[in-house]
Design a protein around this ligand. Structure first.
Ligand code: NAP
Length: 295
């Protein structure tokens, strides 16, 4: 497994003792951009950040779902007699130039300053590689890898010029090992983790913390989209986690400036096991996780 083994994830320095991202000056507001905010982990991350006082910029394709989330955030904060700014930016990030258009609309047109970028939007499909339509392969690579990279570059420049910022990229434990039946998805997440850990090293001196969140199986819309409802990873009791817990652990890690967050003991054990399992056995384990079990 080499570069993406558990050792490379540096479990010994998962938690930071000193924050990298400096404190805000008085009067400044924290504003977080969350991609894939319309459902699942991204929705919960948006709620969690709003709960912690961040203004939010919600990005996804389904504007109606983003409006619903905005109402839920308003209702949640009204109970607490607080409010945060909420912006909605509908966008299809699997299209060329979409990342740049999102950036232009937020920074140039709306004049907003993003202090936290959460690259969460992602898709995967279970199928044998040769049966996958090329359009789906391109969608996965463009959304999961290319748009994420472009957003890091565009907003990373801004953050570095201000000397503060936070970035969190949502990868997956599926990226720690090759994944038969989800070959392109796993490879895209391996890209995300490798890229995230590399820029973490480069951006730290600029005052920008970069966190790699690696959820394991999580109950969201992902299973249905990926045609993985019957996959062992989701149907074996105790394997999958609720999205709000994954989001809470991710947000806590990002705000602390942690390098890597792997929610859940079973997922942490899996990541560690990838360092010692022989490659053939590892691929057998991952293919079993994505195979259907009778329900
Ligand atoms: N659920 C899991 O088991 C699991 C495990 C590990 C990692 N992850 C990762 O967690 C992240 C969130 O997934 P989830 O589980 O929360 O799944 P989800 O409920 O399906 O959410 C995916 C989000 O991405 C958005 N999205 C999809 N295609 C998009 C596009 N072309 N342009 C813009 N936004 C798009 C979706 O919104 P629209 O459809 O409205 O655009 C939705 O908000 C993904 O990166 C996924 O790979 C999930």
């Amino acid at each position: 497994m080499g570069a993406l083994s558990a050792g490379a994830f540096g479990f010994h320095h998962l938690r930071r003792r000193h924050p990298i991202c400096p404190a805000l000056s008085q009067g400044e507001e924290e504003l977080a951009l969350i991609t894939g905010a319309s459902s699942g982990i991204g929705r919960e991350i948006s709620l969690e950040l709003a709960r912690r006082g961040f203004g939010v910029i919600l990005v996804a394709r389904r504007a109606d779902k983003l409006q619903e989330l905005a109402s839920d955030i308003r209702a949640l904060l009204a109970d607490r007699k607080r409010m945060v700014p909420i912006h909605i930016v509908p966008a299809d990030l699997s299209c060329p130039e979409a990342a740049r258009r999102v950036y232009e609309s937020i920074v140039r047109e709306k004049g907003l300053q993003v202090s936290a970028l959460v690259n969460n939007a992602g898709v995967g499909y279970t199928d044998s590689f040769l049966k996958m339509p090329t359009a789906k392969i391109e969608e996965i690579v463009h959304l999961n890898a290319l748009s994420l990279t472009q957003l890091c570059w565009l907003f990373g420049q801004e953050m570095a010029s201000r000397g503060r910022g936070r970035i969190m990229c949502v990868s997956s434990i599926a990226g720690v090992a090759p994944g038969p039946l989800v070959a392109v998805y796993s490879a895209s997440k391996a890209f995300v983790s490798s890229f995230t850990l590399a820029i973490q090293h480069e951006l730290e001196p600029e005052g920008v913390s970069v966190t790699n969140l690696l959820p394991g199986a999580t109950f969201t819309e992902f299973q249905a989209r990926a045609h993985a409802q019957a996959a062992a990873a989701f149907s074996v009791p105790g394997m999958a986690m609720p999205a709000d817990r994954v989001a809470r652990e991710g947000v806590t890690g990002m705000l602390r400036g942690d390098s890597v967050v792997v929610p859940g003991l079973v997922n942490q054990a899996f990541v560690l096991a990838t360092a010692v399992l022989p490659p053939k056995l590892l691929r057998l384990v991952t293919s079993m996780a994505w195979s259907e079990v009778p329900i």
